[in-house]
Each structure stands twice: as structure tokens, then as C-alpha cells.
Ligand binder design. Structure first.
Ligand code: GAR
Length: 207
């Protein structure tokens, strides 16, 4: 059984998609939020999952928060740390501690539009395709080896909100899928490239 710790900051719909996927061989040991108001905490508790808060405002600086977060995570001895709408930038030492066993979902087709406001940037830049990316976390923000991507068309009438909604539907498909691949030991990383062994999606994680 592979143990997962999922980190959230708010709504937690990606965490919910992973919980609902009931991935064989995966146990969600805990959901940890950096905000006491994170709505996803209630869903986790209602599903019998340990839900905790490590409130970043209680720490003097990023290192202190990262240390407290690492202690909370390590208590569960996870095989995989899943960032699901976790909106704090993590320091290099924290990221290295979980290298190869921490993944993130980002609402754009990386390497396009790292950082915030991805849907607005996609509309403003005039791209016809936008989407979401699941990737391993490395010290450079939104830059790690890509595990899965899904694309959606950008329509002439799309707004930031409508585009976000379309992308979110795809996030809920690719994130549980990527977690399942990890749990099944099917991800091979060479440099920045990830191969999915015996991928059951067309072209290794492209939807
Ligand atoms: C998702 O769209 C996720 O891709 C994004 O925040 C949202 C969280 O939604 N993450 C980032 O922007 C990370 N930089 P959720 O809380 O409902 O899963």
C-alpha cells in the first residue's frame, strides 16, 4: 500500500477527485491545509481522512513554515506528496526533501504560463489551446518533469471563469490518473522526460 499526503489551500476539488478515484493500492494518510478556512478540509474529514492545518501565518518566515509542514507530513511517512491547489511557494530544501515523490497540478499547458492567473494569460495571449499539467516538483517553480497534460480549446467567447471551469474538468481526469501511475510504479524519469510504462492513455499521458 502506498501512502499519500495531499496538500491543499482552498476548495480542494482535485483532492476530492483523487479521493473519489479510490485508487487501488493507495491510502490517503492525511490532507493538510495551510489555511484553517480551506473548504476541502470538511470533505476530507467527512470521508474519514485525517485533516490537519499548518497555518502559514503562524510562522515567522518560509523556512519555519516549511519545517513545520515537513514535520506534519513526515509523521505519516508518505510515499507520495500531492500538491492539489496548494498555493504556497515551497523552499528549495523542502522540495529536495521530497524530490521524486512530490507532484503538482498546474492549470496551464506548461511550460506556457507558469505562476498565477494562467487562464487570463491564456486568453490575453491568444492561444487556441490551453489546459492543465501534472508534473514532479523541482526547485524551479512549475518546471519539473511532466507526467500528464490535457488540453482544452480556447473559444472566442471564453472568459477567465469559463476557461477555468473547462480546464478543471480535465484536471479531475489527469490528476487521479497520474497518481495511479505513480502508485503502480509506472513512471520512469530520465532528465526532464517522464515515460509512462504501458500507458493506458494515448501517447503517454496526453488527453
Ligand atoms: C486548480 O485549478 C489547480 O490547478 C490550481 O488551483 C486550483 C485549485 O483547485 N493550482 C495552482 O494554480 C497551483 N499553482 P482545487 O482546490 O479545487 O483543487
Amino acid at each position: 500500500m502506498k501512502k499519500l499526503v495531499i496538500l491543499i489551500s482552498g476548495r480542494g476539488s482535485n483532492m476530492e477527485a483523487i479521493v473519489r478515484a479510490a485508487i487501488p493500492g493507495a491510502k490517503i494518510a492525511a490532507v493538510i491545509a495551510n489555511k484553517p478556512t480551506a473548504a476541502g478540509l470538511a470533505f476530507a474529514r467527512a470521508h474519514g481522512i485525517e485533516a490537519e492545518v499548518v497555518d502559514h501565518t503562524a510562522y515567522a518566515d518560509r523556512d519555519a513554515f516549511d519545517n513545520a509542514l515537513a514535520i506534519a507530513i513526515d509523521r505519516h511517512e508518505p510515499d507520495l506528496v500531492v500538491l492539489a491547489g496548494f498555493m504556497r511557494v515551497l523552499g528549495d530544501a523542502f522540495v529536495r526533501r521530497y524530490e521524486g515523490r512530490m507532484i503538482n497540478i498546474h492549470p496551464s499547458l506548461l511550460p506556457s504560463f507558469p505562476g498565477l492567473h494562467t487562464h487570463r494569460k491564456a486568453i490575453e495571449s491568444g492561444v487556441r489551446l490551453h489546459g492543465a499539467t501534472v508534473h514532479f516538483v523541482t526547485p524551479t517553480l512549475d518546471c519539473g518533469p511532466i507526467i500528464a497534460q490535457a488540453a482544452v480549446p480556447v473559444g472566442a467567447d471564453d472568459t477567465e471563469a469559463s476557461l477555468a471551469a473547462k480546464v478543471l474538468v480535465q484536471e479531475h481526469v489527469i490528476y487521479p490518473q497520474a497518481v495511479r501511475w505513480f502508485v503502480e510504479g509506472r513512471l520512469r524519469v530520465e532528465g526532464n522526460r517522464v515515460t509512462v510504462i504501458d500507458a493506458d492513455l494515448p501517447s503517454d499521458g496526453w488527453m
